[in-house]
Design a protein around this ligand. Structure first.
Ligand SMILES: [Zn+2]
Length: 319
């Protein structure tokens, strides 16, 4: 049975000075709510760091067969931030013993780490197998962070502040491909499968369409709400239509300065040249673009290529 690793010397906010004893014990709000002390905490509010806490049921279940997730010290504060029974989720171990590296490692409550591990092992790994590959990395954008929701100071505490949330940008595959969860280019049904699995497992799922904070990642957490209310807001967006690049093609270096022909049109003969050209030759684009009038071949080629995307774009707007 794996036991929690010993506390690292550089552990943050771990030791409580005697002077701090006057302060409210961090678990008091929990006790007031349900009359029970959280796992591993003596009912008198004694700091659990003093005595080696009994490993929680979650901790005992989260073995090396499931995840590489050493225990880390509880975090108390600032404010309501922090949590007990924390782990550093470094990797998820798949059924075939392959590891999915969590990059960077995520600080999470044991229960949240377990939920992430189950999600990857049971739901994500088979999806990757469908692609003829296996999951190699979980691209972690954010785990524990003491902050308000969406990073807004003073806002209600984010579940990130309780080590109960994870922001996932992508799953990387062993074959070098990547399932970027908010990328419209990733097959829609694959993203929908991830959406359904996430919304089944987590009580909050936020992605594109929820608010502008979640356009490039998926937020999952295990927030507990009244009546088991859940939030699943993730618009799986269709690929954008293939349209011409919005910026014009790079002007060739050898092209003559455009202004001369476009604005000043100093040579009266230039325009008539265009007209005769148009009639005799097939350069339609020249006719529409006076600045291509007296140009060399580079300029007219450019004008020709430029006219094409415009057409495509117009066509694609029609149903
Ligand atoms: Zn988040």
């Amino acid at each position: 049975m794996p036991l929690p690793k010993p506390r690292p010397a550089e552990a943050p906010v771990a030791t409580r000075e005697p002077a701090a004893a006057k302060k409210m014990p961090p678990a008091d709000h929990g006790k007031a709510a349900d009359g029970k002390a959280p796992d591993g905490k003596a009912p008198d509010g004694k700091a659990p760091e003093q005595a080696a806490p009994e490993p929680s049921a979650c901790r005992q279940a989260l073995t090396d067969d499931i995840a590489i997730a050493p225990s880390v010290p509880a975090i108390h504060g600032p404010g309501a931030c922090g949590g007990e029974d924390l782990v550093r989720l470094e990797a998820i171990v798949l059924a075939d013993k392959r590891r999915v590296a969590v990059k960077p490692a995520a600080i999470l409550r044991c229960s949240m780490a377990t939920a992430i591990a189950d999600w990857v092992r049971v739901d994500i790994a088979p999806l990757a197998a469908g692609f003829g590959s296996s999951v190699s990395d979980l691209d972690n954008l954010d785990s524990f962070q003491c902050r308000g929701r969406n990073g807004v100071p003073g806002a209600q505490l984010s579940e990130h502040g309780r080590a109960n949330a994870l922001d996932v940008r992508a799953f990387k595959l062993a074959n070098g491909r990547s399932i970027s969860l908010t990328d419209r280019a990733v097959p829609r049904d694959l993203r929908e499968s991830v959406l359904h699995s996430a919304c089944t497992r987590f009580t909050t799922v936020l992605g594109p369409g929820s608010d502008w904070h979640h356009e490039d990642h998926i937020h999952v957490d295990l927030m507990e709400r009244r009546n088991n209310y859940r939030i699943c807001q993730w618009d799986v967006l269709d690929p954008l239509p293939v349209v011409a690049p919005l910026l014009p093609a790079q002007r060739p270096e050898e092209a003559p300065p455009r202004e001369v022909a476009a604005k000043d049109d100093p040579k009266g003969g230039a325009k008539s040249d265009v007209k005769t050209d148009t009639k005799s030759e097939n350069t339609k684009s020249k006719a529409r673009k006076p600045d291509a009038g007296d140009s060399d071949s580079a300029e007219s080629k450019r004008a020709a290529t430029k006219s094409q995307p415009t057409k495509k774009r117009r066509q694609s707007r029609r149903p």
